[in-house]
Design a binder for this molecule. Sequence first.
Ligand code: HEC
Ligand code: HEC
Ligand code: HEC
Ligand code: HEC
Ligand code: HEC
Ligand code: HEC
Ligand code: HEC
Length: 266
Amino acid sequence: MNMRQRWTKQTLIFGGAAAWGLLLISCVMANRTIVAPAKIAGATYVGTKECAQCHSDQTDHFASATHARLALSDPKVGDIGCEACHGPGSQHVKAGGGKGTIINPRKSPETCFQCHLDKRGQFSLPNTHPVLAGKIGCVDCHDVHEGSAVKGSGAALESELETCTKCHTAQKGPFVFEHAAMKEGCTACHNPHGTVNQKMLVARDANLCLRCHLEAPGATPAGVINANAINSGVQNHNARLMQGTCWSAACHEAPHGSNANNHFRY
Ligand code: HEC
Ligand code: HEC
Ligand code: HEC
Ligand code: HEC
Ligand code: HEC
Ligand code: HEC
Ligand code: HEC
């Protein structure tokens, strides 16, 4: 049984509100450290049932959300799934709702970092989305109130492309010459949380492309990237790779697809 299964089968029972100040639940799940949810001075938990009275938009489909699987529970009020991110709601409810009495993370990642500690590190890498700068939020790519928090994972890969190309229209296509790599999603080549490489690429050099294009082992000389091209004698890739990498100028400059050239050149 791996760590994730262990976590999801477990129901965490948190102590009473007074214990929160001292509480530091820390358990490692799939290499991620999970700590206590949001806090608000003086407020206590009221439970998700209360929120449902006024926020059916968020509560109606919450059962389908990744974060509902956390099954956070308080001995007095039961399920506190909403308050894991928004903080204890007693003051908010007493005031009849309204602004300023409960945490609204908006685009701020701080609420998320409380549990996803590793993400702060990733967003501090040299090439990343401007999340720490407040220009975009985790929620621009992730759903918190409904469905899979990783938009586009598994069967819904389409929606990952949709998420990314909502902002990056130039990569959307359609192109006259499509690169089949795009079917694997943008994350085949980019890590949107950040990397040490330019353009958030998952590898900085030819290795990026070789992960898929190292074909016909033994049939082609070492360092050769495309068996078809080499076998037909079209290009000497070894000489080209000395001058740059696969997507350098005058090579495959259009890795997302091209309207001009079937080898993804401009
Ligand atoms: C009695 C009705 C009521 C209940 C119960 C209630 N809310 Fe609210 N909530 C409101 C109203 C009204 C607003 C203000 C909406 C607006 O101004 O757009 C609001 C606003 C919010 C906001 C945005 C706050 C901001 O500063 O922008 C959040 C987040 C929120 N509620 C979460 C919750 C959660 C979580 C619960 C359960 C713990 C809860 N609410 C329970 C009525 C309620
Ligand atoms: C995993 C963290 C997380 C959980 C769990 C969560 N929320 Fe939220 N919620 C957010 C974030 C982030 C925002 C701000 C971005 C947005 O509006 O989507 C938000 C925004 C809101 C708002 C304000 C919407 C607006 O239009 O300003 C309300 C109301 C709300 N949540 C209620 C709830 C309720 C009720 C639950 C439980 C069913 C819940 N949330 C569970 C993270 C969470
Ligand atoms: C109270 C702790 C907590 C908070 C706060 C929290 N998360 Fe999570 N999150 C978790 C845990 C634990 C899991 C793993 C759930 C599972 O796989 O069953 C998870 C899962 C996820 C996943 C899916 C991971 C996967 O592999 O499927 C994403 C994406 C995610 N969280 C994003 C966010 C974002 C964005 C926020 C802030 C709006 C946030 N989380 C706030 C604890 C938290
Ligand atoms: C630009 C889009 C984007 C932003 C912004 C973003 N993510 Fe993600 N995130 C993704 C994608 C896409 C995946 C799926 C990665 C995969 O399948 O390889 C993912 C996966 C995850 C996962 C599960 C896998 C893992 O890496 O642990 C967690 C947890 C997560 N994100 C949390 C966050 C948090 C927290 C923030 C904000 C601090 C955030 N993400 C901001 C796009 C984004
Ligand atoms: C909400 C809008 C938004 C979404 C959604 C989004 N991005 Fe971005 N992306 C940006 C912004 C803003 C920048 C920073 C641009 C800058 O600094 O000039 C950026 C930068 C990038 C860059 C680096 C560009 C460069 O010139 O260095 C890459 C690569 C990238 N995003 C890939 C992705 C991928 C992959 C996804 C989907 C998982 C995604 N983006 C989703 C807004 C978004
Ligand atoms: C086959 C690998 C691959 C895939 C898949 C891929 N990219 Fe890229 N992407 C690259 C490379 C390589 C660069 C760097 C190009 C350069 O520096 O000239 C890049 C650069 C970018 C840039 C910076 C724009 C620029 O002109 O410098 C953005 C934005 C971007 N990609 C977004 C995306 C999005 C969105 C997706 C999914 C729809 C995606 N990429 C899928 C390889 C890929
Ligand atoms: C996720 C896997 C994947 C990655 C990563 C990838 N490709 Fe591809 N690429 C494919 C597939 C699949 C095809 C279509 C089948 C074929 O022709 O081999 C293709 C086709 C091509 C073609 C056309 C080949 C021909 O002979 O018609 C070129 C050129 C190409 N890729 C260049 C690149 C470059 C440059 C990179 C790195 C920036 C790259 N690819 C990264 C999967 C990938």
